[in-house]
Design a protein around this ligand. Structure first.
Ligand SMILES: [Zn+2]
Length: 167
């Protein structure tokens, strides 16, 4: 990493030096290292993993909903809600993971934030779908949904906090 003097802009060759060799201005001996963006990236990837799990849960529940309702001779059209949140969870996991990778590499700030917000929106959509279709919450859905919401929100806050570090 190239280090430049904040005052005169010349490159600092001796990184242990506490003064600029050209203009004499005092330097911070160590370059600032961000701690938030690596954490944001890891949180986003954990959230994306939960999002994949949520997508898989949706497909499993969709299958068992159809099996049970068919066996009783009921209409199975209400099962669509499982597929909706499942599809959204799978798609958003890609967005979230991409957002996390951008946070780790400090590239494309906007896309990073959007990816994380898409993942958060997917978790909120899941809660709304379960309420709307009156499926009832299970531990798997609650654990995944709350984890995605918490981790993607924290990640987005960290990314927004570290905006100047993006290239
Ligand atoms: Zn200088």
């Amino acid at each position: 990493m190239q280090l430049n003097c904040a005052k005169c802009g010349k490159e600092i060759l001796d990184k242990e030096s506490s003064f600029c060799a050209y203009c004499g201005v005092p330097l911070d001996s160590k370059p600032k290292i961000s701690e938030l963006l690596p954490i944001a990236g890891i949180l986003a990837i954990i959230a994306a993993t939960f999002s994949v799990a949520l997508g898989a849960i949706g497909i499993v529940y969709h299958q068992s909903y159809i099996a049970v309702y068919t066996s009783y001779g009921y209409d199975t059209s209400g099962s669509i809600g499982f597929l909706l949140f499942s599809a959204f969870a799978f798609i958003s996991s890609v967005f979230g993971a991409a957002g996390g990778m951008m946070a780790l590499t400090k590239k494309r700030f906007k896309f990073s934030v959007i990816g994380l917000l898409v993942m958060l929106a997917s978790a909120l959509f899941t809660f709304i779908a379960i309420w709307y279709y009156q499926y009832g919450y299970t531990e798997g859905i609650l654990l995944s949904g709350i984890s995605i919401s918490a981790f993607s929100t924290a990640s987005a806050v960290f990314v927004m906090h570290s905006k100047p570090e993006f290239t």
